[in-house]
Design a binder for this molecule. Sequence first.
Ligand code: HPA
Ligand code: ZN
Length: 341
Amino acid sequence: MSLSPIDKFIEGMPKAELHLHIEGTFEPEMMFQIAKRNGRILPYRSVEDLKDAYRFNNLQEFLNIYYTGAELLIEELDFYELTYAYLERVHAQNVVHVEVFFDPQTHTDRGVSFDTVIKGIHRALEDGQQKLGITFKMIMCFLRHLPEESAFKTLEQALPYKHWIAGVGLDSSELGNPPSKFKNVFEKARQEGFLALAHAGEEGPAEYIWEALDLLHVVRIDHGNRCLDDQKLVKELAKRKIPLTLCPLSNVALKVVKDLSQYPIIEMTRRGLLITVNSDDPAYFGGYLNENFFALAKALFLSKTDLARLAKNSFQASFLEESEKKKWIAKVEEYYSANNS
Ligand code: HPA
Ligand code: ZN
């Protein structure tokens, strides 16, 4: 299939991805391969059968399948291959920097050691940096459906690897699990030098975004769609320059939004919010970073100027050093000037 001129522009543009669950990059083909190697049997006859199950009405329906898939990952090699396959895919999409979430509790709760998980992912990220030139940060997420005590235990396990982990995040079932539940563990994590992030306002109310800001002291909000319900909150996010990492195809797949023609990026930008485009769980939601950009550009008739702004935002909102941010923003501008005909 040949790409439209705007899709070609998207494809060639340097970009960063800031909201990506590594377990959400587990493609069905790889699930079958790894299951076989580990002597496991998937409850699906074929890749097609499995893909047929990828129809979700909400976040929880997705999470049930996502955790079932993640449970096939057992050995360090599994985590390595999963991560490296993601890097190869996005390398072909001109993604030059990634900030990768991982969910240790999904694995440690079933007997896979923290060391196995982090070593496999980290080694692949190091190799990706060397061989593909993709820089990276790792972000460890706590599962919010579990007690805070379990998050404390995970934080303890992470301390020997502190130098590998840039920040801590909060994911999984949002409704009924507000950020306030994790106030103490985030405080400890921040004392240890981790940056704080949280999924908030995906399905949960604007109030959860306030809690993430005021109780967890987050520097970035993942999703954050529901901030638009609260004008004071939008102003506060803009004032504090807290970026939102939006995930268009995820939001459609999980029915957070009806369709992309209503996607609020124009309104958010107009109100001074720093927003970025991301893929969340690309193996489940129909596309990696470029497919998210393609879908958004088509639905909202985005111009090259809009798209270059989104790419620049991805570096601005990243945890890269200021000099690296400047370098990549200048490269996007250069690319825009050379291709804006
Ligand atoms: N929301 C919450 N938890 C998650 C998600 C998400 O979109 N993806 C993987 N874990
Ligand atoms: Zn997410």
